[in-house]
Design a binder for this molecule. Structure first.
Ligand code: PMP
Length: 402
């Protein structure tokens, strides 16, 4: 994948006098030049508010925005483009479903199931519903390998279960959950399923019709696209049932002080001015990924993961958290009793960018009884040489801190 590295100029720099080794891709990926160019050309040539304008620029920007929606539809193989709702990101998407579904369908005593490996963005919005509506949160546990204990799912589902909200890929453990099977189990009990796809869409092919999920949420910035935009895919039947999340311009059909009626999909869920330039950047990022090929990316990243695990496991005292057989290119680890942030701080000075801490997954930290981990996460532009650099830096930090 070396040929694509030149598309990411930001990687070609030194920090503290050393070549930057960027291994914080689960937090956000870098953007290829074509995406940066798309943003620039939007603001240089096309900037205009959409949908409401009769003038040329507004119509052209509207067409581009809707083309971006169609590109997202194709990318995740949704049935209809109006099932693609643009949001600010995965967090916004999940909050949208929680608020909207909560208002529409949930009552005291209703149950929502999440898993122990969820990002806080897929826990806290459901806890709001528990506080506000008297709903009950149930949790699918994980085991010591960081694998979901799916055999516990059937006994967690009851006649009061209204939703299962689960991550496709864990941002801390790297575990790829067998979501197709999980969705089938839930659907057999008439329970709809929301998938948090924030860590999946840039790393494997996602087909929402094949998965048959009811909702699929993700952020653009983790898939080589701009920050500030994301997607909530929802099946038409659910989106029609749900009340809007936010009120304002664009989401209405008619407003009087006596009564307001809502716009059709997808606009019913897109109150206010959307991030048009970012949508165009997202379209270009998807084209970029598809041009390389999602399978090729998945295969390459899996090679990087295997190499990283092979090298890092030779470091004395290291423990890797998350050893599922189906794993995304994320390695979380600790060395003995050394605090993860001490390792992170030392290797930063050697040019290596990783993340340390709880990664917004405190229940995972509680499970393992640790304050945090060091997390290296890989993307299509990373190299084995960078993994060697990571290994050497971490081992050096170990020798300094032990
Ligand atoms: N879910 C998962 C699994 C994530 O990794 C993240 C980002 N760390 C989110 C949700 C939230 O994404 P965002 O901050 O882009 O809204």
């Amino acid at each position: 994948m070396m040929m694509y590295r030149d598309d990411f100029k930001i990687l070609d720099q030194k920090v503290y006098g050393r070549p930057l080794v960027y291994l914080d891709n689960a937090a956000t990926t870098q953007k290829p030049q074509v995406v940066i160019d798309a943003l620039r050309s939007y603001y240089e040539q096309l900037n205009s508010n959409i949908h409401r304008g009769v003038h040329y620029l507004s119509q052209k920007a509207t067409d581009e925005f809707e083309m971006a929606r169609e590109t997202v539809r194709r990318f995740i193989n949704a049935k209809n483009s109006y099932e693609i709702i643009f949001t600010r990101g995965a967090t916004d998407s999940i909050n949208l479903v929680a608020a909207s579904l909560g208002r529409t369908c949930l009552q005291a005593g209703d149950e929502i199931i999440v898993s122990e490996m969820e990002h806080h963005a897929n826990i806290v919005p459901w806890q709001f519903l528990c506080e506000e509506r008297g709903c009950i949160l149930k949790v699918i546990p994980i085991n010591e390998e960081g694998i979901l204990q799916i055999d516990k799912l059937p006994e967690l589902i009851s006649s009061r279960t209204r939703l299962l909200a689960i991550t496709h890929v864990s941002n801390t453990l790297g575990t790829i959950n067998p979501i197709k099977k999980i969705i089938e189990i839930a659907h057999n009990q008439n329970v709809p399923v929301l998938i948090d796809g924030a860590q999946a869409v840039a790393h494997c092919k996602v087909d929402v019709q094949d998965l048959d999920c009811d909702f699929y949420c993700f952020s653009a910035h983790k898939m080589y696209a701009p920050m500030g935009i994301g997607v909530m895919y929802g099946k038409e039947e659910w989106l029609n049932k749900m009340r809007p999340y936010q009120g304002g311009g664009e989401m209405i059909k008619q407003v009087t002080f006596a009564k307001t009626t809502y716009n059709e999909l997808p606009f019913k869920f897109e109150a206010g001015t959307p991030s048009v330039g970012d949508a165009m950047g997202l379209k270009v990022a998807i084209d970029y990924l598809e041009n390389i090929g999602m399978e090729k990316i998945a295969t390459y990243e899996s090679e990087l993961l295997n190499y990283a695990v092979e090298r890092l496991t030779t470091i004395p005292g290291i423990r890797i958290y998350g050893n599922a057989p189906q794993k995304s290119a994320i390695v979380s680890f600790n060395i003995g009793k050394i605090h993860p942030s001490d390792i992170g701080t030392i290797i930063d000075k050697l040019g290596i960018a990783v993340r340390t801490g709880h990664h917004c997954t405190q229940p995972i930290m509680d499970h393992f009884g640790i304050p945090g981990t060091v997390r290296a996460s890989f993307a299509l532009y990373n190299t084995k040489k960078e993994i060697d650099d990571l290994y050497e830096a971490v081992d050096r930090a170990r020798m300094m801190l032990e």
